[in-house]
Design a protein. Structure first.
Lengths: 361, 627, 208
């Protein structure tokens, strides 16, 4: 019995050690290392509640262990009948009032921040010329990818959200098919993308992402949305305001860009014949059936989670279902991709072409 | 030899169990069925943990993983925890209040068969084209999108077993209101009976919204309805509301009886009256009441607006207060007592810190702005497993040891029991403590795999090792149960410190429970009698004739009709199965026919005469013995 | 008291439905069941209110255009009256007047069938206009709410009829008295639900 107790202590000690050893997770992904005002306030709430709750756990555990140690039958005596106490009003009042006070302490910042995070009034503010002053991004979640439209800038991209640092970025969230949830753990809490209404919230990015391991923050889908829910990742590039403006300008410059069906380049030709009907290659335009590929060459991942190289891209084009089961690039019966089976030569050329699509290079 | 004391053939015993209306036999059936589904769902959990053991694992496919997570959650809550608690409620409530059976023995049997056949129906999905795969919450947009019949199995299976649960809930409430022995006032009822009643009241108000939600899903998926199709004006958030108006109280439906079980174990092995009995009762009622006011805390990120979020956040935190009252009352029960660390007590002692840990993370998630980070991450997975495993499963395991002699007149092995506890308990903390941090480090829940380089690899491995230990613990418990078959009869009040009426009954318990209805003289009436040196409770009546209900096969037939009809509804949307509508009609005809038979055929029960009782008791306890 | 005891109007208890343990249990249980039915209908009402007039873009149906108060009013009158007649039936049951009870129950059933006929006509009329179950979320929620009530009416009619036929030849005793009482209770509940449907769906739909 006591041996078991020792073992338990050892294990809990080990667990605590492990936590310290591996730190608080990765700075591009962990809610414990936030890079934005929203995330920081949420971390503060986490710390505050953790401290209060740890006190509660410690107090309970101490009284409990004390009782347990003091009143073992082996100590009290085998035949002792303890006094049958009915209860105590004073004690009941104490352990009712103290938790109420603790909870009141917690609920004040909770209510304040709840309202603060929901304040999106600035989305409608306009300057003297009638232009919206705040940066807004329309996020549309689709099986299993993300579309990011910048309505005030008139540009659109996918899979990789590009934002400026140092200002509030407002989001209109919507799902095109089933419910998803938009989450950038290292920057701030999530919000669901519903199918029937727009959800609005904001995030702030304090830190440029270029110094992170992959140069991006990781974004996740946080609501079960089908077989490939786990793979519905996106990435976030946080740029300095100047770099962001430059990015917007270069995206705008791709207006009207298309792939030519009669192009000399086999890749472009194949793209025009097989891909263009769903995937646009111009950053100016409306929502597409598939992800907009204008800036594909600048991205960090193929399909949101595979390493960014031509091999993965080719394998993806050959059989997207192998990587993201249930995705909509396949025909209804799942036998082959919508664009049919391309030849190896075509796929090679296609991959090179898609990789060459860039606005930053 | 009368028919009551004759040895029966195996077939007759099976038939007796199928048609029985005896609450004790139904309790054993609930226990067996619950254990079966607990094992299945536990196995599913192990498969998931093995898949997540290392990054990029391909042990199971993405689609199958979603089926596993859905079936694990659904089975554990509806088909394992609920029936296992019903096993204890069925066995103990009539014994604790001094009744010879529940108020509606027939409905008790019907409740079991509806639950069981609904559960079997749901599990048939694995062999008939795929299990449901939209999570136990089955959010409407995904579940409407989900191809195949998986979701249909979910909807119909839960509808049937939910009806069974509802019927049992009503039965318990009426039993407790009307069937108490003389002297058993409400404030003398054992706390487990109190929690059984409040929990049943929660079932009563929580299950209808689920029934309606499932009905809507059924209409939408199988009959062209438009409740959740937003292109036709529908709204999927309605499902979320209905589901959580049910889903949150469901947690309390399960945890309150668990509290009740611990409130029996702790006083027994502390040899001390439950501290603050009346405030425990009050806290139970308050938790039940508040449980209905907080459902939207599951929907903080749905976009209900800051006012709704703030209100539900504060309301949710309020639940911490009565729960805290309970914890302190348990500790104060131990304080000044005489603690004997038996296996059940060990579970109770392990429960207190585990459950408090689960409770405080609950308060953290009640903080809405913080929940935006924690929601749908592994943090929430850790939280609810701390509450459910740390609260409910420990209660079930501890009570299995505690009440085994009431169920089977055998004791479980104490040494093996303690080993089981430590293996399971350490495994449990190893599995779930670490998951808090996985969530904080950005890992979403319900993911079938994860890429390397996100800092999650080690913690997931540790979690899997813990899960395997929990698996070993469960196997040890089952072995212990099987070994007890060969054990010695435990006899009356085998723990020596029993306090409530169920321990006063001679073992094995005759099918009419009490030869004479007891007269209850206070809280913990058996303890009072023992303290006064009595070896028998005071009786409220002389030995006389006893009225008992007849066995009936009608509950099985009613449930079978529903089971058959469910296949008809399931295949209704398939154009190539025009026969499905006839199956539906045949099934419903069987059900309504059986109900009509029940209405038209009088069933007055039977009278057990004084002589029969004396003969049975002589057969059970020997001549003149064990009075 | 035993079930098989033969009674005269003098020995018949004042509250025969509660004279046995089974009868008492049945009544307590049934009230609790009705509480659960209240929640069931509350869920349906809430859904109906959320989806009222919601449909695909450009839907031509709305509560104002669709519902006709005179018909709904007639249905209300039929059901309210049937509730009253079931009270008479229970009054006669308590006075050990089996014939009186059967007569009033018969009238109750007739009124119930009248209600059901009007409801079937109403649904038939709407589907003829194109307002079918699958037409819109509004239609689905309307038919589900009102249809669930209609289903309850049908069950209630079947129940009362079965009781009347089963006991036609043996008269009242303590075994069937609670059954009649509980069936009447159910019938009142159905009536109360309809009052809410009339108010929320029809009155507020046409006027509100």
């Amino acid at each position: 019995m006591m041996k078991g107790l020792k073992k338990w202590r050892l294990f809990s000690l080990l667990a605590v050690m492990m936590v310290f050893l591996s730190g608080c997770g990765e700075d591009y992904l962990s809610t414990l290392k936030p890079s934005g005002e929203v995330g920081k306030q949420q971390l503060n709430l986490l710390l505050m509640t953790t401290i209060i709750m740890t006190i509660v756990v410690v107090v309970v555990s101490v009284i409990y262990l004390l009782a347990f140690v003091k009143y073992r039958r082996s100590k009290v005596g085998e035949n002792v009948i303890p006094k049958q106490v009915e209860g105590s009003h004073t004690l009941e009042v104490i352990w009712t009032v103290i938790p109420i006070i603790l909870l009141l302490i917690i609920s004040v910042p909770v209510v304040i921040t709840t309202y603060k995070f929901a304040d999106v009034a600035a989305m409608d503010e306009v300057d003297a010329e009638g232009n919206k002053t705040a940066l807004t991004v329309n996020v549309t979640a689709k099986l299993y990818w993300w579309e990011f439209e910048y309505p005030n800038q008139g540009i659109i991209t996918a899979q990789e959200l590009v934002v400026p640092t140092g200002e509030k970025v407002y989001f209109n969230l919507k799902a095109a098919d089933v419910k998803h949830s938009f989450w950038i753990p290292a920057v701030g809490g999530k919000m669901d993308t519903n199918v029937e209404n727009l959800n609005k919230f904001y995030l702030e990015f304090d830190k440029e992402s270029k110094d992170l391991k992959d140069g991006v923050f990781y974004g996740k889908c946080a609501e079960l949305c089908g077989p490939s829910h786990a793979l519905m990742d996106f990435k976030v590039k946080a740029l300095s305001p100047e770099a962001f403006d430059a990015w917007v300008a270069s995206m705008k410059a791709t207006e009207g860009q298309v792939a030519d069906k009669n192009a000399v380049d086999l890749g472009e030709k194949t793209f025009a014949n097989n891909c263009l009907s769903c995937h646009a290659v111009s950053g100016v335009g409306g929502p597409g059936v598939g992800p907009n590929l204008t800036a594909f060459g600048d991205r960090n991942r193929v399909a949101g989670f595979l390493e960014h190289n031509e091999e993965n891209l080719k394998a993806w084009i050959k059989n997207p279902a192998e990587f993201k089961p249930g995705n909509l690039m396949m025909k209804q019966d799942g036998s082959e991709p919508i664009y049919g089976q391309l030849t190896d030569e075509e796929i090679d050329a296609l991959a090179t072409y898609i990789m060459s699509l860039s606005v930053e290079k | 030899m009368s028919s009551y004391t004759q040895k029966k053939s195996f077939g007759a015993i099976v038939w007796d169990y199928i048609t029985t209306v005896d609450h004790k036999k139904l309790a054993i059936m609930y226990l067996l069925a619950g254990t079966l589904f607990f094992a299945i769902a536990g196995f599913e959990a192990l498969l998931m943990r093995i898949q997540l053991m290392k990054p990029n694992n391909d042990f199971v496919s993405a689609g199958f993983f979603n089926e596993l997570l859905t079936m694990h959650g659904t089975t554990m809550l509806f088909l394992a925890a609920t029936p296992l608690l019903f096993a204890f409620m069925n066995m103990l409530v009539p014994l604790q209040i001094g009744a010879r059976d529940v108020a509606f023995p027939f409905l008790n049997s019907l409740g079991f068969w509806l639950f069981f056949l609904g559960a079997v129906f749901l599990h048939l999905s694995f062999f008939m084209g795929g299990a449901p795969d939209a999570g136990w919450t089955s959010y409407a947009s995904l579940s409407l999108y989900s191809p195949g019949h998986g979701i249909d199995f979910y909807v119909l299976g839960l509808q049937i077993s939910g009806a069974g649960t509802l019927i049992s809930g009503i039965n318990f409430i009426v039993t407790i209101i009307t069937m108490r022995a003389p002297g058993m006032t409400f404030m003398r009822m054992p706390l487990f009976t109190w929690t059984a009643m409040i929990s049943s009241a929660l079932i009563l108000f929580a299950f209808p919204p689920l029934t309606i939600g499932l009905l809507m899903m059924l209409f939408d998926r199988m009959f062209g309805g438009n409740f959740f199709d937003h292109t036709m004006g529908g709204n999927t958030v309605i499902w979320e509301h209905l589901f959580w108006i049910f889903g949150h109280p469901e947690v309390y439906i399960l945890v309150l009886p668990a509290f009740g079980l611990f409130s029996e174990i702790i006083p027994t092995f502390s040899r001390k009256r439950l501290f603050g009995y009346s405030s425990m009762v009050f806290a139970t009622i308050l938790i039940g009441f508040l449980g209905f006011m907080v459902w939207a805390h599951h929907m903080f990120t749905t976009g209900l607006g800051p006012t709704a979020n703030a209100i539900f956040a504060v309301a949710t935190m309020a639940i911490g207060v009565p729960t805290g009252m309970k914890v302190f009352n348990w500790i104060l029960t131990i304080w000044g007592g005489s603690i004997k660390v038996t296996t059940p007590m060990l579970y109770a002692l392990g429960f207190i810190p585990s459950f408090v840990a689960g409770g405080v993370t609950g308060v953290m998630q009640a903080a809405a702005p913080l929940d935006y980070q924690l929601h749908d991450s592994y943090f929430i997975v850790a939280h609810f497993h701390y509450v459910i495993v740390g609260g409910i499963v420990t209660a079930l395991f501890g009570s299995a040891h505690f009440y085994w002699p009431i169920f089977f007149n055998r004791m479980l092995n104490e040494t093996l029991g303690k080993i089981t506890f430590w293996v399971f308990f350490i495994g449990f903390h190893l599995t779930f403590f670490i998951q808090h941090f996985l969530g904080l480090m950005g890992m979403p829940r319900r993911v079938f795999t994860y890429m390397e380089g996100q800092g999650w690899d080690n913690f997931n491995l540790i979690s899997t090792i813990g899960a395997l230990m929990m698996g070993v613990g469960v196997i040890l418990l089952v072995i212990n149960c099987l070994l007890s078959i060969k054990g010695e009869p435990a006899g009356r009040d085998p723990w020596g410190d029993g306090r409530t009426l169920e321990w006063s009954i001679p073992q094995p318990i005759p099918f009419y429970n009490f030869r004479q209805t007891p007269l209850v003289r206070g809280l913990d009436t058996w303890w009072i009698e023992k303290q006064e040196g009595n070896t028998e409770v005071t009786f409220a009546e002389p030995v006389g004739d006893v009225h008992m209900p007849n066995n009936s096969a009608i509950p099985v037939v009613i449930s079978l009709g529903m089971f058959i009809a469910a296949f008809g509804a399931l295949y209704n949307p398939d154009a190539d199965k025009p026969w499905s509508i006839y199956i539906l009609i045949i099934g419903l005809a069987i059900t309504f026919g059986a109900m009509l038979t029940r209405s038209l055929k009088d069933d007055h029960g039977f009278h057990l005469h004084k002589e029969d009782i004396l003969e049975i008791e002589e057969h059970l306890y020997g001549k003149g013995g064990n009075k | 008291m035993d079930y098989n005891t033969k009674f005269t109007p003098h020995t018949w208890p004042d509250h025969p439905e509660q004279a046995t343990m089974e009868g008492k249990n049945k009544i307590v249980g049934f009230w609790i069941f009705l509480a659960c039915e209240v929640v069931l209908f509350a869920s349906l009402f809430a859904t109906y209110l959320a989806l009222k007039n919601k449909g695909p873009a450009g839907m031509e149906f709305s509560t104002e255009k669709l519902f006709e108060l005179p018909l709904a009013f007639a249905m209300t009158m039929l059901l309210l009256t049937s509730s009253l007649t079931s009270v008479y039936a229970i009054y006669h049951m308590r006075n050990f007047n089996f014939k009186g009870m059967q007569t009033w129950l018969g009238i109750t059933v007739l009124l119930g069938f009248g209600f059901l006929a009007l409801e079937i006509y109403e649904f038939y009329h709407y589907t003829h206009l194109g307002f079918t179950f699958t037409q819109s979320a509004f239609a689905t929620s309307f038919y589900s709410l009102v249809g669930t009530h209609g289903f309850h009416v049908t069950l209630g009619l079947g129940w009362i009829l079965a009781l009347m036929i089963r006991n036609a030849n043996r008269g009242l005793n303590l075994y069937n008295a609670p059954k009649f009482f509980v069936a009447a209770l159910y019938w009142h509940f159905i009536d109360v639900v309809w009052v809410f449907i009339f108010t929320v769906v029809y009155l507020m739909g046409v006027i509100g």
